[in-house]
Design a protein around this ligand. Sequence first.
Ligand code: EPZ
Length: 431
Amino acid sequence: MDVFKVSGNGPLRGEIEVGGAKNAALPLLAATLLSDEPVTLRNVPDLSDIRFMVEILRHVGSEVANPEPGVWRLKAKELTHIAPYDLVRKMRASVCLLGPLTARLRKAEVSIPGGCVIGPRPIDLHLKGLAKLNCKVEINNGYVHVDASAMRGGPIFLGGRSGSTVTGTANIIMAAVLAPGTTRIECAACEPEIVDLCNMLVKMGATIKGIGSPELTIEGVEALHGCEHQVVADRIEAGTFIAAAAITRGDVTVKGIPPNLLGAFLDKLEEAGVPLEITGDTIHVRPYSEPLKPVDCITLPHPGFPTDLQAQLCALMTQVEGISIITERIYPNRFMHVPELQRMGADIAIEGPSAIIKGASKLSGAPVMASDLRASAALILAAFAATGDTWIQRIYHLDRGYERFETKLAGLGAKIERLKDTDLPQELLLD
Ligand code: EPZ
């Protein structure tokens, strides 16, 4: 397996282009099942999760071509309605097949995805939404069985105990666009990735009103036609690069990211005193010498502070004088990065859903373990601010959501290498 060797190497400098969003591309790929005509997606990031979703789509019968890097052409002519456990269990987002298979075939059998390190990943709201579309939904032997022979539009409140659900909203929108009648979704997720999905569905002939708001009104249509669509920029990748620039007091220009996709994050960084210059779709993180200020931050559904940037903010705040409080309202256990940051010398206490971060800590390189996608990114950011070498194992987590991450960061002057676990220092090989 691959490992990263990362060494603090001073301020990052240069320009970086943001890629297409993983969390948009995955539901967009699933949405191609809704038409029997070809759909072409552009700006699709080259990630293991994407390759995985394509494998599942091929399995249910989609004809898939990848004519050039970042471009995927899919045609879902003859489909089967079963998404098997051995495929679904490896990637949660495959639950996004539920909506389109139900809509297109009026039946679906999709394995229930497992949980993951950031916490249980229930799908009760997805199932509630389908039931409100007059589908018969049963769970047995680890599969969701949907009979949508009598599916029709209707009113749905899709909020749960943590507020809206992103892939739950995606699933219900994809089911409703082919459900006869009017569907009104309240407490829909407003994430930019949901907006992107709605925009593509409208290109395919769907009728969706209220796009980007928590209230969506969908008029079902008979069928959807093919289209071409460019995947929206990845706001989480962009935020990760901005945090990397900030933690190294660097001078980095992040290009291709509409700032409105990152409102709460940019606001929090500005509150901390990170100098940001925003021009169009370019965000310039300027060097600073003044100490940053500690922050109090709570993760919330969009447009609140994104949970997927919580770990990165934790890493940055370890370098800030004072006490920062970062509260995780979406996944209360999403602090797998904290014990690893503590190994590097960070002073962080977990109190319920909050991380109490006392800064500024002198971080030193250490052997650490990646645990989930965004926690892995946080460890790299901390390693940039640490003295000495940090060895990060299990970086396959990172490869799920960051394309050529080490190459892009090295291009900004970071000292980061992808090596084999056999290259680990002797004392680590005994682990
Ligand atoms: C999406 O996951 C993202 N994944 C996650 O990104 C992201 O962290 C999450 O949204 C929150 O923004 C993709 O888009 C592929 P949710 P999703 O349903 O849709 C609870 C990353 O790092 N809930 O919005 O699975 C749930 O437990 C990944 O890129 C229910 O209770 O998240 C959580 O507390 C990690 N019942 C909250 O809602 C349900 O039926 C938000 O979950 C569904 C969710």
